[in-house]
Design a binder for this molecule. Structure first.
Ligand SMILES: [Zn+2]
Length: 149
């Protein structure tokens, strides 16, 4: 009995560990450093509303970074049939979590909508769920995601 409980614990733990924690394709994760650098003014200056972002396609390659020049980027992101995801920033003055509009975009476009802010990375999933992925920090000229060294 005791042994089977232990086994159950191991299974539960494994399921928890491997519960689909969404992850970004490697090229996209690398592009987050450039995105963070582009948006850094909005992380420093609390009066900046601008958002920066890019989309990435099914082969994992990110598009060039674009800036919103207002706070409406999430209202009018252009996606294509091969778009696999959206990544955009939230300025310091905004909530780091995906907004209701961000969630609606993810659902309508059927792709994850990632939100990078000064210190956090979140994602809105196509099923409407919202997840915090990691804390982030800027170290030298590199974005650190979670506990990566
Ligand atoms: Zn947003």
């Amino acid at each position: 009995m005791r042994k089977s409980l232990w086994l159950l614990c191991i299974i539960a733990f494994s399921v928890n560990v491997f519960a689909e924690k969404p992850s970004l394709p490697p090229h996209v994760e690398a592009a987050l450093t450039a995105l963070y650098a582009s948006a850094s003014v909005s992380f420093v200056n609390p009066n900046t509303y601008f958002e920066w972002g890019f989309i990435y396609n099914t082969d994992g390659n990110p598009s060039p970074i674009e800036s919103s020049h207002d706070n409406e980027m999430h209202e009018r992101v252009l996606i294509y049939p091969n778009t696999a995801g959206i990544v955009h920033t939230h300025p310091r003055r905004a909530d780091p979590r995906p907004s209701p509009a961000d969630v609606n975009i993810a659902k309508a476009a059927h792709v994850p909508n990632w939100v990078l802010s000064e210190s956090e990375l979140w994602v809105a999933l196509p099923d409407g769920k919202v997840k915090k992925i990691a804390d982030v920090s800027w170290c030298g000229s590199q974005l650190k995601i979670g506990n990566e060294k």
